[in-house]
Ligand binder design. Sequence first.
Ligand code: HEM
Length: 250
Amino acid sequence: MNIGDSIPWINALDIQGYVKRMKAFRIKVDPFLEAEVDEHIARRHDHLKNEFVPKDIVDVLLQLVVDPNPDFKLSRNNIKSITLDLFAGGVTSPTTIIEWALSELLKHPKLFKKATEELDRVIGRERWVEEKDLPNLPYIKFIIYETMRMHPGAPMLAPHLARENCKIHGYDIVQGTQVLVNMWSIGRDPTVWDEPNEFCPERFLGRDIDVKGRHFELLPFGSGRRMCPGYSLGLKLIESGLANLLHGFT
Ligand code: HEM
C-alpha cells in the first residue's frame, strides 16, 4: 500500500519510493509499448486495401482510435496503459498464486502426493495437462482456492469509492470515502473459516463456494461490476500452470 494514498499531505514525500520506482519503470517499459503500438499500426496500414481483421487486443484498441463515431475516444497513452494493465494482471497475478501454491505444497508433502495422484489417475504419465482436462481436476482447483484464501494476490483488492452515503456494520460511510476490502483478513477470519491458518484444500470438498464474486468469504477477484474481468483466464492460467508443474517435476 502507498501510505500517501491514505494520508494525502504525506504523498508528495513519496516516503516508500513508489513514485520514483514507477517513473524508473516507465522509462524501461515505454519503448517496448511504443514499439508494439507502432508495429500494430504498420500492420494495419499494410492491410488497408483489404479488410483488416483484428488479431489481438492492441488491434482492437487501435480500431477504437480510428473509429469515426466512437462511444469514447482512446489515446495512444490509453492503449499503452491498458496493454500494460493486461500484462500486470495476466502475468504477475497468476505467477504469484502459483508460487504460493508451490510453497504450501512443499510444506505439506501429503497434499503434494494427493495432487500428483489425481494427475496420474486423470491424465496418466504419457502427456501434459491441457485446458480441457481442468474440470476433471477438482483437487488442483481446491489447492488453488485454498491458496487464494490464505495468500490473495490482491490482499486489499483494488481501492473503491463510496458513490453515496451508506452504513456498513453500523459504521457511517460518507459519499466519496475510499473503501478497501481486506480480503486477507476475511480469508483468515476464524468466525468464517475453521482453523483459518491451516492450509487445507479439503475444506472445499462438498461446499458450494467458488471465486466468482458470489461468495463473500472468498473474493480473490473482487465482486460486482469492478470485479476482475480476467478471472476466468487467470484461473485457467493458474490451474494449467500449477497442474503441469506438479505433473512434470518432483
Ligand atoms: C490470478 C489472477 C488474478 C487475480 C488474483 C486478480 C485479481 C484482481 C482483483 C482483486 C481486482 C480488483 C477487483 C475489485 O477491486 O473488486 C482485479 C482487477 C482487474 N484485473 Fe485481475 N486478477 C487476476 C488476473 C487477471 C488477468 C488474467 C487479467 C487480464 C488479462 C486481469 C485484469 C484486470 C483488470 C483490467 C482489472 C481492473 C478492473 C476494473 O477496475 O474495472 N486480471 N484483478
